[in-house]
Design a protein around this ligand. Sequence first.
Ligand SMILES: *Cc1c(COP(=O)(O)O)cnc(C)c1O
Length: 440
Amino acid sequence: MTVTIECEFYIQQFYQKKSMSDKKYSPESLMMSYGYNPELSEGAIKCPIFQTSTFVFRNAQEGKAFFEIAYGKRAIRASEEMGLIYSRINNPNLEIVEKRLTLWDGAADAAVFESGMSAVSTVLMEFLKPGDIVLYSTPLYGGSHHFLNHVLSKFGIRAIGFDASDADKNIEDLLRDEDVRRKVALIYLETPANPTNTLVDIKYCADVAETLSTAEKKIIVAVDNTYLGPIWQHPLQLGADLVIYSATKYLGGHSDLTAGAVLGNSDHIQRLKVMRTFLGNMCSPNTAWLLLRSLETLKVRMDQQQANAVQVAEFLDRHERVEKVHYLGLIDRSESSKQYQIYKDQCLGSGAMVSFHIKGGEQEAFAFLNGLRLIKLAVSLGGTESLAEHPATMTHTDIPDEEKLRIGITEQLIRISIGIENAKDIIADLDRALWMINGD
Ligand SMILES: *Cc1c(COP(=O)(O)O)cnc(C)c1O
């Protein structure tokens, strides 16, 4: 008995050492293997789907220990390894996808959820309590905006928005209020902002949070990194505490799943996993398996999407029927441009989300959208296929009209998510639809 345990312990140590030394490879090189041991699955090169609700314990003592750790009753000991209990708590597919996700952002740990919204809402529920204030950048993803303002208010939590452009000045203004200074518990950012691509300075917000934090109360900075991450922006390296993804978008990348993820230090992620256990919003084995499939091609997909987006943005910028293009690769590069300064310090690429103002109004915008053939008229983003939509009447319809105008979501605005098609074909489709606007 003793021999077996010692032997197993030795094997665990061996694999832990092995996976640590694996970290010298780039994330894209590890997406096919990291965290998975084929010997535990009949030598299968691909991780099977562990389509099971529960797991058999070797003995009752083991069951007791696993539950103590899973329910946060005590910390895991150095000599222990957490085992599998029940698929709401953990599952091999879920654990492997979480391990692989940490590599891109250089995070200690990750928690994966069944949707981006469950990732967002679980963060807000775990790190806020009645009486707290949460500051958030606007514009914000509609679902997050709704949760902050209409769900958290039921629990006595106040959400205060600030404009993403000139965020530092706007935050400073808000913090002049003594009540806000005292009660703020979390700063929630989405950068670049959807759909205008306005950037918020993550490092500045992390510095503010640190200044306001005390020994008893740590102010959390959470960044929704769906638009640029995990290839072109790494908020944890800029001082953020949590990075959030709608994995439905680039991480999933094929428009065939919904999922979400949160990354951060081990303590924070452990708290989220305990909360997830009781909300029951974990990602299913099947979805986790699809994400593993997706992560293998993440880098090549996103690189191609960005290369296409650069060409598309340049084409639109020159087009007679386009008034203005919002793309990170086209921001004003003059010395005095604050946005460009943030872009240089914070982003590793310009991404693949382009929005533009078409000449005309809703009628022209709709004629253009209806004229597209290769590019599909649908919301969502980050998938292999290019998608176009009309923010003012679709994704951002909920925002009050005067706020829409202030942040540039006009009737003329079109948002496109650039896919992996041949850039020439995407451009030809856009060109044809632009010339069809007036029934030409
Ligand atoms: C889509 C999206 C979400 C919500 O994710 P779901 O997977 O749809 O629940 C959150 N934030 C951003 C920026 C998104 O684009």
